[in-house]
Design a protein. Structure first.
Length: 122
């Protein structure tokens, strides 16, 4: 009986541990701060809309600019694809247990990248 309880506890713990990152990643509005590849700072918001089990529609609002894209969560990683003007771009972020994401982004073909922190609003 003790083995059965231990096995159940380990299985439940493993399942909850694996579910954690996806559960921490949720639809909603996030505050964004970052640095462009040239070092200039920016701040704004990001709207995440879940459109599938692991996929999201993204809308950044930085000043008067709106940037649309898509994202996918896999474990502790959130990957994004978007366009800056006519330039394809992408980002990759680490998902923290509290839902905050930190990462890097770049414009395809560029030799520099930006950084970004995304924090869920309370």
């Amino acid at each position: 009986m003790k083995r059965l309880i231990l096995a159940f506890g380990l299985t439940l713990g493993l399942a909850l541990g694996l579910a954690g990152p996806a559960a921490a990643q949720r639809a909603g509005t996030y505050d964004v701060t970052g640095a462009n590849p040239d070092g200039t700072q920016y701040a704004g918001t990001l709207l995440l809309e879940q459109i599938g089990l692991l996929s999201f529609r993204l809308t950044w609002t930085i000043g008067a600019e709106t940037i649309e894209g898509v994202g996918m969560v896999s474990g502790l990683v959130f990957a994004t694809a978007f366009s800056l003007g006519n330039q394809p771009s992408m980002g990759i972020y680490e998902i923290k247990p509290n839902g905050e994401m930190t990462g890097q982004w770049t414009i395809m073909g560029a030799f520099a990248g930006g950084t970004e922190t995304i924090r869920p609003r309370p």
